[in-house]
Design a protein around this ligand. Structure first.
Ligand code: ZN
Length: 277
């Protein structure tokens, strides 16, 4: 995971998201609808997917796997839109107001986003994947209505709101360890230690220096055609395939401070998300 800065939200998301939010408020505000799903749709509009793909380079926001060549984009809700898992219970009616909120939408691969049986580096299998998880430091502060999420102390690293390198340490052998509790929870929830991912990061380390740099997002924007995976494949075939991970070698104590700087591949498009989190 690397830090990424979002562009302004697609206008279609803003417009249709506002209409949808009013309907969602009516749905979730009616006790007779308790437990009933709501048909959200604004978050998966074409312009939203295009913008996320362009911003993240067709990569998963959590594990940086390049999914553009093989699978469609899963628009992931950082705070889940259809209930949050608290212990073993799915709490209904939480975070629905963020279903079309730009800062709450991220591109995700299937393995990070959905519960799937994963093989761990040391062997053994475990069902992992984010799904409806959103751990916070105190359940007493869990949002129950709009705006209260600002009072939560979240335990998941967000690629646009945090500096991931302050929470995660990617080792030369492909293993990722944590530098904070937020990092520890993120590794668990995003399944960042699944064996295939560890192997891919290890392989990445064997590439020549500089091979892992991200393509500049500007190369991927401006035309709908250029946002499609096939366009990346033709324009940046080798680079795209090598940019699946942004692994950094363990810094020596002398170089530790330097290692906390934002990586070279950080996206340069800015927007202010402080209103949201
Ligand atoms: Zn992923």
């Amino acid at each position: 995971m690397i830090r990424v800065r979002l562009p302004e939200p697609p206008q279609e998301l803003v417009d249709k998201g506002a209409v949808e939010l009013e309907k969602a408020r009516a749905h979730f505000g009616n006790a007779a609808n308790a437990g009933k799903p709501f048909a959200f749709g604004a978050y998966k509009l074409g312009p939203v997917k295009d913008a996320l793909n362009a911003t993240f380079g067709f990569k998963c926001a959590y594990c940086e796997s390049f999914f553009g060549a093989t699978q469609p984009l899963d628009v992931e809700h950082f705070r889940p839109k259809s209930g949050v898992l608290v212990g073993s219970d799915l709490v209904w009616g939480v975070y629905y107001w963020l279903a079309a909120s730009w800062g709450n939408l991220l591109p995700s691969c299937t393995d990070c986003n959905r519960p799937r049986k994963q093989t761990l580096p040391e062997g053994g299998e475990q069902t992992l994947g984010k799904a409806n998880q959103f751990p916070i430091s105190s359940e007493a502060k869990r949002a129950a209505k709009e705006g209260e999420e600002k009072g939560e102390s979240r335990l998941l690293v967000h690629p646009c709101l945090d500096h991931p390198e302050k929470h995660l340490l990617f080792e030369a052998n492909g293993i990722v360890s944590w530098r904070s509790r937020k990092g520890e929870e993120s590794i668990r929830v995003y399944a960042l230690l699944r064996r295939g991912l560890v192997q891919a990061r290890r392989d990445f380390q064997r590439l020549p220096d500089g091979a892992g740099r991200l393509p500049k997002p500007a190369l991927l924007m401006n035309t709908s055609e250029s946002m499609r995976p096939k366009s990346i494949g033709s324009a940046l075939p080798e680079q795209a395939s090598r940019n699946a991970f942004s692994i950094r070698r363990r810094p020596s104590p002398r170089n530790r401070a330097k290692s906390l700087q934002v990586p070279a591949g950080t996206m340069a498009i800015s927007t202010d998300l402080s209103f949201f989190f």
